[in-house]
Design a binder for this molecule. Structure first.
Ligand code: M6R
Length: 609
């Protein structure tokens, strides 16, 4: 989730405007920054690693000449957050330069093809194939315009992109194109802007033109032209006015980052499906060879590990041990050795307990693998293999989209392991793969259909002394995560247990009206969960169930229910089933006027032990 920006100004230098606009996009990532402008037919570029202010202090981004240019603030996915990987990326002749937000899935094939044609690559990014592809097209068809060359290049790209291209071949235009990554234009009396997001130019104009997937835009001093990428036909689209404040714009009109991030989950899940096969294969090979595997993490990431232990066991017949990172050294520190494998999971990649656990295991020669949302973090630096979870920066302290993205990557690993180990039939794997592909749309449906329902029922559960969360099998992890969400932002004491365990003690807390939330996926545990619901009802509990749509066995037994679509395989169920519970926690916090983005006593990244 990087930020791109470009502008064509009538009477001023573009670089200071690009610089300040990129600052307003920094929430999309700040691993590196770069600006390119064109003046008197010559292309100028400045770029560097780190936050915009730091790079600006070193390089003075504002003194680039020219009244138009493009810029980029990076959130690393392909290639570490280094100077060499910062955008813009250029072709071999340094005449074409590109900024990009998204993931080019087939970049490796394209890179090999272009290298065989003599192109030299300097970065490890997926983006760099784009300028080389345009260069190659122009080399073969010199009569082609820059816009047509970009259009032709996009036909070779698989994946997601919003790109802005400038070239000294045609030093009077910016060419943009979009597929699945956001792109919007801003129109003012002083100039025209293209950006990943409205906040970039909101202080300059509130007149916007939304660009859709499959469209190309040409910005010139005279205005903008929109064309279809497929056939080059021209589209007419007038600007609209947005009435957002700057603060609302960063949150995309949502009142809080948390709810924005809940809504972003379908897009994030789509991105997790674009991971490169070779990293998933490499990590699953390490896991397959391991003698013992510890899944190590804190908080929400630990819940992803807990869910993963069910996935690995059920699909790959592979036992793994989920462990709280803060307990790992005491519990297993002396027992790990060269035969141990640690799969550490951390959104930030900086959590002190996770890093300490991993460091201890590393000293004892264990193999370190990791999943993290932050490429370049400490965890990536000490791991033998790591995979980025593709969620984009998460600002809300309560983890939401990073949790579901972790689950998606872990499920993909489990499926690969299942295949490698030959434990599950190919037809079953095909069904699971297909369901995983459908999850982004299903999550979207859940948010759309259940959000209003959550708003309507939340007051019934607000004034509770304690709330229970129960699930069986893999839903135990969902129940644990739902409890953590509710506790951390709505400050309601909550209890989560495997449903079967509840009668071994916790049930003594149940009084008339105590809320119990059951996670009831439709699998082998369904009948037993119904038994557990009856036990709770018999003691006066008020039941809210998360059920499969039209689960007519459970509906009549409970006080309220929230539904998720049918036929979701049990091993994938935490991804959709947690969504209504994230919404529940969010709207519960609003019931009390708490700020869900900044819960008391908490920090986004816990860097102390
Ligand atoms: O960055 P990490 O994933 O390592 O963070 C772990 C926990 O601190 C984190 O999940 C925390 O529990 C969140 N606030 C949960 O919403």
């Amino acid at each position: 989730m990087c930020g791109i920006f470009g502008c064509f100004l009538k009477n001023e230098n573009a670089a200071p405007v690009i610089h300040s606009s990129l600052k307003r996009l920094e929430y999309r990532g700040y691993d590196s920054v770069g600006i390119a402008t064109i003046s008197e037919g010559t292309l100028f570029i400045k770029k560097g690693q780190g936050k915009i202010d730091i790079v600006h202090k070193d390089l003075n981004l504002d003194d680039l000449p020219g009244n138009f240019g493009i810029g980029h603030t990076r959130w690393a996915t392909h290639g570490a957050p280094l100077q060499i990987n910062s955008h813009p990326h250029s072709d071999c002749t340094d005449k074409i330069t590109v900024v990009h937000n998204g993931i080019i899935e087939n970049f490796n094939d394209l890179k090999i093809e272009l290298q065989n044609l003599g192109h030299t690559f300097v970065s490890k990014t997926d983006t760099e194939v784009i300028p080389h592809l345009i260069e190659e097209i122009i080399k073969n068809k010199p009569a082609l315009s820059l816009a047509n060359a970009v259009q032709e290049a996009t036909k070779r790209l698989e994946g997601s992109y919003a790109i802005a291209v400038i070239s000294s071949y045609e030093p009077d235009k910016i060419v943009c194109a979009r597929n699945e990554s956001p792109l919007v234009l801003g129109i003012s009396n002083n100039g025209i802007y293209c950006a990943s997001d409205i906040p970039a130019f909101l202080p300059l104009t509130n007149k916007v033109v939304m660009i859709n997937d499959g469209e190309l835009v040409i910005l010139t001093t005279d205005g903008y032209q929109i064309k279809k990428l497929q056939d080059g036909s021209t589209l007419e689209r007038a600007p609209e006015r947005v009435e957002w404040s700057a603060e609302m714009a960063v949150k995309h009109g949502y009142p809080h980052f948390m709810i924005k991030e809940i809504h972003e989950q379908s897009e994030v899940l789509r991105n997790t499906m674009r991971l490169q096969d070779r990293y998933l294969d490499l990590m699953s090979t390490f896991l397959d060879r391991a003698t013992e595997i510890f899944l190590v993490a804190c908080g929400t990431s630990y819940h992803a590990c807990l869910a993963a232990s069910y996935m690995f066991s059920k699909l790959a017949f592979l036992p793994t041990y989920p462990v709280y990172a803060s307990e790992f050294i005491e519990q297993y520190g002396k027992a790990v050795n060269i035969d141990s494998t640690i799969l550490a999971v951390s959104q930030s990649g900086e959590t002190a307990d996770t890093i300490a656990a991993v460091a201890t295991a590393q000293q004892r020669a264990a193999t370190i693998l990791s999943l993290t949302n932050t490429i370049g973090s400490t965890l990536t630096r000490i791991s033998r293999v790591y995979i980025g979870t593709q969620a984009g920066p998460e600002i809300g302290v309560a983890a939401t989209k990073t949790f579901t993205s972790q689950l998606s990557v872990l499920a993909q690993l489990a499926l690969r392991l299942a295949k490698k180990r030959g434990k599950v039939s190919q037809s079953e794997i095909d069904v699971l793969d297909a369901q995983l592909e459908k999850l982004p749309d299903l999550v979207d449906t859940i948010v759309k259909t259940q959000e209003e329902k959550v708003k309507q029922i939340v007051h019934k559960y607000a004034n509770s002394k304690v709330i229970f969360f129960l699930g069986r099998g893999i839903s135990t992890a969902t129940a644990f995560e739902a409890r953590l969400k509710l506790m951390e932002i709505a400050y309601i004491p909550s209890v989560a247990f495997p449903a079967g365990e509840s009668k071994h003690g916790p049930i003594s807390l149940i009084e008339q009206g105590t809320p119990v939330v059951f996670v009831c996926q439709k699998d082998d545990t369904h009948k037993t969960v119904i038994g557990n619901i009856m036990e709770m009802k018999a003691r006066g509990a008020k039941i809210l169930a998360i059920i499969e749509e039209d689960d007519n066995e459970i509906k009549p037994l409970v006080d309220d229910y929230l539904e998720v679509p049918k036929n979701i395989p049990s091993v994938l169920s935490p991804i959709p089933y947690v969504v209504p519970l994230q919404l529940l926690a969010y709207y519960m916090a609003l019931e009390f006027n708490y700020d869900p983005d900044m819960p008391r006593n908490l920090a986004k990244s816990v860097t102390v032990k």
